[in-house]
Design a protein around this ligand. Structure first.
Ligand SMILES: [Mn+2]
Length: 269
């Protein structure tokens, strides 16, 4: 069984088709989240990934969650959102219900797959347990009530003593939004650039010296200014398709990367 891992789509359905045409044939596909938003074909991309059925697995990203929150009337759309065509689609309910049932983390063939990252105290096994706590809320009957409590940047530092909405918000923010942490493990949500130009007091989450998951390769997206990174212990596949860079697929565990160039849909602000 061959596995092909695909970076952030953000509605770039044409690029996905081009990528799959040149990538090695794979039994299964694994998407790193942010299937939708900001790009040109959010509806087509979402339908296509869902249409793969059991052949594809996706972990949820912050833009996927934003779609669920907009659809639930909890969050307003942003000026550069491209979600309306999904909300207006005749199959919107099926697409959104499918989306909220997706996992936030997945372990397979020795690697952990998440959209953004994990926090320093979490092993890979602990990350999966904590992801499951949030997945139970998102996939359950009261998911709208949960979505209403999930926004906010606090608490930004993990503690096993966190409970309720604070605990779940901290987990969700780490799995779907984190890029940098401070030395004590507190998440930063302001800095989006790559490590070369980041403030000196911030550490990329995967470089934290006490990272409990360091023996597990973690494959993630979300960080287009980091771009393609193929380290033994941390692999980033967000290569900025939306911004006119590339869409990337990686065969796992072979670690062979394939890319297609993408037309620029957005200019960085
Ligand atoms: Mn993201």
């Amino acid at each position: 069984m061959s596995l092909l891992v695909i970076g952030d789509l953000q509605g770039c359905d044409d690029s996905l088709q081009k990528l799959l045409a040149i990538a090695p044939a794979a039994d299964r596909l694994l998407f790193l989240g942010d299937l939708v938003n900001r790009g040109p074909q959010s509806l087509a991309a979402l339908r296509r990934v869902r249409g793969f059925g059991d052949r594809a697995l996706t972990v949820l990203g912050n833009h996927d969650l934003h779609l669920l929150a907009v659809a639930a009337g909890i969050r307003p759309q942003h000026a550069d959102d491209t979600l309306q065509e999904i909300l207006d689609a005749p199959d919107a309910d099926e697409l959104l219900d499918w989306l909220r049932m997706r996992p936030l983390a997945h372990f397979e063939r020795g690697a952990l797959f998440v959209h953004a990252g994990v926090l320093p105290p979490w092993s890979a096994a602990r990350s999966l347990e904590l992801a499951h706590e949030v997945e139970q809320q998102l996939s359950g009957p009261n998911y709208r009530r949960f979505l209403a409590t999930m926004y906010g940047n606090q608490p930004a530092r993990w503690s096993e003593s966190l409970t309720g909405a604070d605990r779940l918000r901290c987990v969700l923010n780490a799995l779907t939004r984190v890029r940098y942490v401070s030395e004590d493990g507190t998440m930063d949500f302001r800095v989006k650039q790559g490590p070369a130009s980041a403030p000196p007091d911030l550490i990329a989450w995967f470089d934290h010296p006490q990272r409990a998951s360091r023996d597990t390769p973690i494959v993630f997206g979300h960080w287009s200014t980091l771009g393609l990174m193929l380290r033994s212990d941390a692999i980033c596949l967000d290569t900025g398709c939306l911004w006119g860079e590339a869409l990337t697929a990686l065969s796992w565990p072979e670690r062979t990367a394939v890319q297609v160039p993408c037309p620029r849909f957005r200019r960085p602000r």
